[in-house]
Write a protein that binds this ligand. Structure first.
Ligand code: ZN
Length: 152
């Protein structure tokens, strides 16, 4: 796509080659927004057929369309530039995150193993204490039952 025109669709108008022409839109200063027919063959193979589709636009309207097109092109260029910068930043951040994760793994792996071992010990200790308490309660109940039985 050139900057002075853009291609839209095939038309029913035929060129000197006998094939359907394409409709282009001009974006030059004097004819911005004005459509024209042109041969649809690739450059180097096209004939010289060329004809306006639209009547000439008012110069103020053509100038406005031309300026809007320029502004739109600039915004597209800026967007592409920002997308490239963003992609570079994402790559940079991904590499930094990976680097820091590797460092974090080096730092925390030994400690986390100790913690797991400690946690297992604590869990084992807690479960042993629970069983111990249950046995004490059973023994006390048995003593109460026995005492109650003897007093009777
Ligand atoms: Zn042609």
């Amino acid at each position: 796509m050139s900057q002075d025109s853009s291609v839209s669709s095939l038309s029913t108008v035929k060129c000197q080659c006998g094939i359907a022409t394409r409709i282009f839109t001009a974006f030059t200063q004097t004819n911005a927004g004005r459509r024209f027919y042109k041969c649809s063959k690739p450059n180097g193979y096209k004939c010289d057929y060329w004809k306006w589709v639209d009547y000439p636009l008012h110069s103020r309207v053509a100038n406005l369309i031309h300026n809007l097109k320029k502004e739109n092109d600039n915004l597209h260029r800026e967007k592409k530039c920002l997308e490239t910068r963003m992609a570079d930043l994402e790559k940079y951040l991904a590499s930094k995150i990976e680097e820091n994760c590797e460092r974090l793994d080096e730092i925390t792996v030994p400690k986390s193993e100790e913690v797991v071992v400690d946690n297992e010990d604590v869990v084992v200790d807690k479960s042993k204490k629970k069983v111990y308490k249950i046995w004490i309660v059973i023994a006390m109940l048995w003593c109460c039952f026995a005492a109650f039985w003897v007093m009777k």
